[in-house]
Ligand binder design. Structure first.
Ligand code: KG4
Ligand code: ZN
Length: 339
């Protein structure tokens, strides 16, 4: 079969990104223009600012991705773009751009689901990884246990009933004064703290053994901080970070391993921004080793938002026959597996 070069475009939240990937596995370029500096000033992502920054940067980012890959638009076979879920104004920038390029260059267009992209990030550095496998998706907006049946077929085994894991990290980080984005900062500070200093709750959902809830642990941290303030007790922020992280990681690892055992899956992949968490990685590794389950996760750069993962899933969607029309629109609440 001839090589297939896919251009991936990602603009669903606060990273403007473009990448070129060969045959779904080989990353030729991966350009990410982060807006973190601007959003940090506001303590979180401001949707309107995100859209405006995307429109300023997207052309240069795509140009850079082509140059770094050593190709021109002529060489590209497929244009893939995130069309949901995400912030509608941010998504529209990438979708509009991808449609314009596909139309002008007469190339096929494939709309990609952002979370399916996160899952596909695992294919980049694990050449032997193929469906079926179980994937724990943990990002700023999503917490899902997904059974990847085929490259383009997914079954949801569990999901969060309220906050996503990354959202809880960000909110707790803000409460202890670490700022945005909180995940990496909690990860770092927790290394200096005692994970058993404070007992935060691990929520179970009655009748849904593989679902999650993180609003309880978040509220427990906020209550703990309020209580300390009222009683004028000095807060050990490292202990709070470590104990909170321990509570979240216990639940994520426990549910993922239990689901794998119940479903008879001997391979777990982890994906999404929170998959970059060092404590989650080491705890998951220890639990999987104990159960003889093989574990994989992407390098941190492919865990957080990037366009290489969109090009990878775009490749598999394309190979599986998916094509999007020039009427492709942004779908902010797109469901996993929705075609
Ligand atoms: O996947 P992602 O880049 O964007 C979404 O699709 O949501 O995930 C961003 C989330 C943020 O909540 C961020 O705090 C979290 O991933 N995150 C981390 C770490 N790095 C990023 N959470 C915990 N530990 C980390 N090292
Ligand atoms: Zn993401």
């Amino acid at each position: 079969m001839e090589d297939v070069l896919v251009l991936g475009i990602e603009s669903s939240c606060d990273e403007t990104a473009a990448a070129v990937v060969k045959n779904g596995r080989q990353v030729l370029s991966n350009v990410i223009s982060s807006q973190i500096d601007i959003h940090t000033l506001y303590g979180g992502v401001v949707p309107e600012i995100a859209s405006r920054k995307h429109i300023e940067r997207i052309n240069q980012v795509i140009e850079e991705a082509l140059v770094q890959a050593g190709v021109t638009l002529e060489d590209i076979d497929v244009i893939s773009v995130t069309y949901g879920p995400g912030l509608v104004g941010a998504l529209l920038v990438g979708v509009g751009e991808a449609k314009a390029i596909a139309y002008a260059a007469k190339k096929p267009l494939v709309g990609v689901h952002h979370i399916e992209g996160h899952i596909a990030a695992n294919y980049i550095e694990h050449p032997d990884l193929e469906p079926p496998f179980l994937c724990l998706v943990v990002s700023g907006g999503h917490t899902h246990l997904v059974r990847v049946m085929e490259y383009d077929k997914f079954e949801i085994i569990g999901c969060t009933h309220d906050d996503a894991a990354g959202e809880a990290f960000d909110k707790v980080a803000r409460a202890i004064g670490l700022g945005y984005p909180g995940g990496p900062k909690i990860d770092k500070l927790a290394k200096e703290g005692n994970p058993h200093a404070i007992e935060f709750p691990r929520a179970k959902i009655a009748g849904a053994e593989f679902d999650f809830s993180f609003s309880g642990v978040k509220s427990a941290v906020l209550n703990y901080l309020n209580n300390c303030e009222m009683k004028k007790i000095e807060v050990n922020r490292a202990d709070v970070a470590a104990s909170f992280q321990q509570a979240v990681v216990d639940v994520l690892v426990g549910r993922a391993v239990a689901a794998a055992k119940k479903l008879g899956e001997n391979r777990i992949a982890v994906a999404g921004g929170v998959a970059a968490n060092s404590y989650l990685r080491s705890t998951m590794q220890a639990a999987c080793d104990k159960e003889n389950i093989s574990l994989c996760y992407p390098s941190p750069i492919y865990c957080t938002d990037n366009a290489a993962m969109i090009a990878v899933q775009g490749y598999y969607d394309y190979i599986c026959g998916k094509r999007s029309g020039l009427d492709l629109n942004a779908v902010p609440n797109l469901k996993i597996g929705q075609r």
